[in-house]
Design a protein around this ligand. Structure first.
Ligand code: THU
Length: 130
């Protein structure tokens, strides 16, 4: 699958987003080491602190299905700016895949690509516990 195709899979999740509070839908597509794709969207809640981001939805789906190694992630929004992963999502993903390729898109479907390590330099991970 090309990078653009992974981005398009993330875009299909925008319509599933549950966003009655922010009205800011986010979609994610996370590719496991074996090529399996786990998609996710943000799911908000009247108790705002209980909202979950699209990337973490995809990650917990994957881990709960037995997948713990990842190659690429696409994150997309309906905004004119790139839909950057929040700090909590960067941290959660770093646990499993510091070398993850992260494709960050904006609403015209163009995207930029980074390593998770670049988005979370000197991250705290499993080896940090020494
Ligand atoms: N959001 C995500 O889904 N992923 C991110 O990395 C950034 C923020 C969601 C959370 C909330 O539902 C909405 O975007 C506005 O913050």
């Amino acid at each position: 699958m090309t990078d653009q195709e992974l981005v398009e899979q993330a875009f299909t999740m925008l319509e599933r987003a549950y966003v009655p509070y922010s009205h800011f839908p986010v979609g994610a597509a996370l590719e496991g080491e074996d090529g399996k794709i786990f998609t996710g969207c943000n799911v908000e809640n009247a108790a705002y602190g209980s909202c979950i981001c699209a990337e973490r939805t995809a990650l917990v789906k994957a881990v709960s299905e037995g997948c713990q190694s990842f190659r690429r992630l696409a994150v997309v929004g309906n905004s004119t700016d790139y839909c950057w992963p929040c700090g909590s999502c960067r941290q959660m993903l770093y646990e499993f895949a510091p070398e993850l390729e992260v494709l960050v898109a904006k609403k015209d479907h163009s995207f930029v690509k980074y390593r998770l390590r670049e988005l979370l330099p000197q991250g705290f991970g499993p080896t940090s516990l020494g």
